[in-house]
Every structure is written in structure tokens, then in C-alpha cells.
Ligand binder design. Sequence first.
Ligand code: COA
Length: 317
Amino acid sequence: MSFRIIGTGRAHPEFILNNEMLSEIVDTDNEWIVTRTGINTRYVSTHETITELSVKAAQRALEKAGLTGKDLDLILCSTMKGDYACPSLACLVQKDIGADCPAVDLNAACSGFLYALDQADAYVGSGKAETVLVIGAEMMTRYLDWTDRGTCVLFGDGAGAVILRKGDGLKSIKITAKGDDQLLVIGNTFCPSPYGKQPELDPHFRMKGGEVFKFAVTSVLRDVKEVMKAAGVKVEDVKMLIPHQANLRVFQAAKEKLGFRDDQLAMGIDHYGNTSSASIPLMLDELMEEGKLEEGDIIVLTAFGGGLTTGACVIKL
Ligand code: COA
């Protein structure tokens, strides 16, 4: 298929929020959070903007690829909400990295990075672009109800980026959507109008955790099997399964059912929490930097999230 990954980068806020600190504001404790989710700490923005994090991640990815913004043909930014509704986050990144290519945001919630890779594949495969910057950037902590212990312990902020160039690294990819406004929801807020009543939606992240858990395990198993079959790849060929970092238990269950070994499962949820569509590119850059992944390795990416959406792919680095 169309592209290979030639650079990765990441950025996160400075402030580290640990479970003990959370137990001072809601009725929770370290043991509950660690055993139910796998999370120890997460990065939370105290002053950084999502634009700043995205620009840093993009600059690092460009540096590693040995390119500048001027070399890009397209910028795709996966985010549920940038700093502004307009201009898009992708346009703000384009300005700050000195690029002059088209730039657009897309929102597929936590599966957004996979959706962006799929769109990049369409652009590069059709010849409309040769070099694409894909960013996953989210500030989930902006949408938390800090009095709801069921959700406020789960999320963190961050941005991850990859530079894609025409090549044959992508072996298979799949994305899905099934419209639902009950399981995972964040409402928009609107300005009052003299001509009518605006919808009054809850701006906080709300989730039916148990149902999402079941949806997650089922869809991850289905998608991973499908993309591995389409790529002609077996479990023993895969260096690492890099899932959306949503919950350690979801992926331990999926890993066992799929037959992967412990060392094939890449989890960074202990120090990132759930960073939505930033979670896969954050992990990818960390693993590359630590030398745990190198050129030629086969990786499987899988994500699920609000929408409901899912995505998975097989890539040879
Ligand atoms: N600390 C202590 N207790 C908590 C708590 C917290 N932070 N959050 C919830 N609880 C309590 C509940 O109130 C409940 O108490 P009760 O039995 O007295 O009513 C109990 O723990 C069990 O709650 P439940 O929601 O059933 O827990 P769970 O085992 O399903 O774990 C999640 C909750 C959110 C960790 C889990 O459902 C999950 O991970 N779901 C998937 C979420 C996901 O992947 N989201 C990503 C979307 S992209």
C-alpha cells in the first residue's frame, strides 16, 4: 500500500498528576485506579495549549525525518477539539512549522489517528500527496467533570506526530463507524441567539464504562484479526501490538485471546493515562526513541472510541 513512516515525535504537558493527588479531590484511591485501569500518572495541561503540543510533536517528527515544513504536501490533525473551532488545529500547526500545504482536522474520537492514516493512504495512494504529517492531539482534561470519579481518573493530555512518505510500509488498514450518542459523549456549547433556543448539552465527558469495555474487547479482536489476515501476517511476525491506551485490562484480555506474548503488547497507560487519539503516536515515538522498535519491524495498531468508531492497521516500519 501507499506510505511508510519516516519520522515520529511527541509532546506532553509538564505537570504530572498522580493517583494520590486525585484521591484528594474525589473518593478514590491508588489501588482502585491501578487495578481497574493500569494508570499511575498522567500529564495534565496547566498552561500549555493543544496547538503548542502539536507544533512540538510535529517539529520533532520533521527533525527525525530530516525534513522541514516546506517538504509537506498535506497536514492531517486528529483531534476532538483544537484551541479554536476556527481556525483548525492543523492550520495553526501549518503556520508555526513554516509549511504551505493544505491542512485539515478530522474527528473520529479515540480512533482518529487510524482514520487519519486511512486518509493519508488515500492521498498518497492516489498520487495527490507524497509526504504527509499526521498528528493525534487531545486535551481530554479540558472536558472532565472533576467531581466524577468514574471518568476524571482516566485521562491525560498529549500530542504525537508521524511523517509519512510514499512507500510500501502500510500492509493493511480498516476503519469502522456505528453511530451512537449514548456510550461516549461530550456535548458542544453554543452562544445564545435572539432567534431560537440552542441545544443545551453537557460539556463534560460522559461514558458508560462497562458497555464501552465490552465494545472495546469485541471490536479490537475483530479488527486485529481482520487486518492481520489481510496483510498475511501471523502473531509471531509481529514485533508489537500498539493499542489505543484506554485501559490495561481491555488489552490484556484482547492480547490473550489473540495469542500475543506479554512482551508484544505495548502499554504506556501507566504514565500517560488515556490520551484519546494521541495515545498511539505517543507510544510509537516513545518505543522508537527507546530502541524497542526499528526499521523492518511489523507493528499492529488498534483503536476504538466515541462515535462509535474503530480502526486497525498493519505497518512495516
Ligand atoms: N475510585 C473508586 N471507585 C470507583 C471509581 C474510582 N475512581 N470509579 C468508579 N468506582 C466505583 C463505582 O462507583 C462502583 O461502585 P459501586 O459498585 O459501589 O456502585 C464500582 O467502582 C465499580 O464501578 P464500575 O464502573 O462497574 O467499574 P469498572 O470495573 O467497570 O471500571 C472503568 C470502570 C471505567 C475503569 C471500566 O469500565 C473501563 O475501563 N471501561 C472502558 C473504558 C474505556 O476504555 N474508555 C475509553 C474510551 S475511548
